[in-house]
Design a binder for this molecule. Structure first.
Ligand SMILES: Cc1cc2nc3c(=O)[nH]c(=O)nc-3n(C[C@H](O)[C@H](O)[C@H](O)COP(=O)(O)OP(=O)(O)OC[C@H]3O[C@@H](n4cnc5c(N)ncnc54)[C@H](O)[C@@H]3O)c2cc1C
Length: 392
């Protein structure tokens, strides 16, 4: 099959490699002349790690990243608001903190070794039948199948599926990577500090003695390194080295996020995957993992059926419940951490830490963290080695 993939990000690259390895003729279109990742580091879950394992990249990812054993959030006063451990899922289970550039290079190296063709500096603005239309009017194709993986702010989604909703969250964050001078990474934890719903800082170990630091800011905020410094030091004095380094380096990326909801996954020969299909706020650390899983499930569906509508239907059957759950759960949780709704901060501080210990809520939270939910009422288990098992 002739397949076009729009977007050379996490989801697009993983999909293109899997399709090319299955013998399809694949062309990836990327708007940047030099494809590159934007942002600092992220947390891979057992789901995302399983897809990297299937791609033969898990060993290098593990060697370059930092094994994460759990998540701990506290208020400025030290009260626990989140305390989750992967060990609840299986004693060997873990996440992986990894720099975006490392994950990108692994996927990009594999893509370049595959038979997929990469066309860069090519912004796709329309799909007409099976043809892609580049900005400036040049046409590419025809293709039997077009996979749109152009990210949360997808312009193709707006154009091809105008009824899709993708409102911007009012809050985003600044993020950067700093040296872990104080040895925070030794905890093996993603740590957060919060004050009310307007201040939140996180430190994620990402390997090689480095930490990704993120700091909540309104989506429309102007850069204010000194304001960040003052507020962050007051919120988390013990993280002073990381904060001061971040201010000195002043290499922040300002991220904004969208709550994306499509009425359906596909339109004719076009299927949306990754953030283009289901962008969320990053509260649950799932976006890249969901994109990797989309790629895997779609490759399996195409291996089972050469009939495109049947393969799309099979894909939607497998992905819809999971994606719906993570969209809803992220959306529900976000205002408790990033909003101007101060009472929600009080509710969070009073009940969430306690909820993390409750026999009913804790399993819901840990399976959510691990990427294992199939909806509000069901989840899957890890295998005997504590790994996520991909269905063939
Ligand atoms: C602050 C923050 C923290 C996060 N933390 C985590 C985390 O801990 N764990 C996790 O799993 N996820 C996390 N995420 C989410 C994760 O970053 C995204 O879910 C993931 O990057 C989405 O991958 P994607 O391939 O769908 O899109 P992207 O990575 O955005 O890639 C889209 C690609 O398409 C290209 N493109 C766009 N438009 C066009 C066009 N018209 N033509 C051609 N090319 C185009 C872009 O240049 C880009 O290369 C976080 C996100 C943010 C903002």
């Amino acid at each position: 099959m002739d397949i076009a993939v729009v977007g050379c990000g996490v989801a697009g690259q993983a999909a293109a490699i899997l399709f090319a390895d299955a013998g399809h003729a694949v062309t990836v279109f990327e708007r940047f002349v030099e494809p590159r990742p934007i942002g600092a580091g992220l947390l891979l879950q057992p789901t995302g790690l399983a897809v990297l394992r299937a791609l033969g990249l898990a060993g290098e990812a593990l060697a370059s990243g930092a094994v994460i054993r759990g998540l701990q959030g506290r208020t400025a006063g030290g009260r626990i608001v989140l305390d989750l451990a992967y060990a609840d899922l299986h004693k060997a289970a873990h996440g992986l903190g990894i720099r975006r550039s490392v994950l990108f290079d692994l996927l990009h190296g594999q893509l370049k070794q595959s038979a997929a063709r990469l066309v860069t500096g090519c912004e796709i603005v329309d799909v007409d039948g099976g043809h892609l239309v580049e900005k400036g009017g040049r046409r590419h194709g025809p293709f039997s199948l077009v996979i749109v993986a152009d990210g949360a702010h997808s312009a193709l989604r707006t154009h091809l599926m105008p009824e899709a909703r993708a409102p911007l969250y009012p809050w985003g964050c600044l993020w950067t990577t700093v040296p872990d001078v104080a040895g925070v990474g030794a905890s093996g934890l993603l740590q957060q500090r919060v004050r009310g719903t307007t201040e939140m800082m996180g430190l994620l170990p990402v390997g090689n003695g480095q930490l990704t630091l993120y700091w909540s800011v309104p989506a429309a905020a102007a850069p204010d390194p000194e304001g960040f410094r003052r507020a962050a030091l007051a919120l988390w004095p013990a993280a002073a080295e990381a904060i001061e380094h971040a201010v000195r380096a002043d290499a922040f990326t300002h991220a904004t996020y969208r709550h994306v909801a499509l009425p359906r996954w596909s339109a004719g020969p076009v299927l949306f995957i990754g953030d283009a299909a289901h962008g969320t706020s990053p509260q649950l650390g799932q976006g890249a993992n969901l994109g990797l899983m989309d790629a895997w499930v779609l490759a399996q569906a195409l291996a089972e059926s050469a009939d495109v509508p049947a393969a799309f239907a099979q894909f939607a059957k497998h992905r819809s419940a999971t994606v719906r759950f993570y969209r809803q759960a992220s959306h529900l949780l976000t205002p408790f951490f990033q909003s101007r709704l101060a009472p929600l901060g009080l509710v969070r501080d009073a009940f969430l830490g306690w909820g993390c210990r409750l026999p009913i809520l804790r399993p819901l939270m840990t399976t959510t963290l691990g990427g294992l939910r199939r909806g509000w009422w069901s989840s899957v288990e890890l295998d005997a080695q504590g790994r996520y098992r991909l269905e063939a």
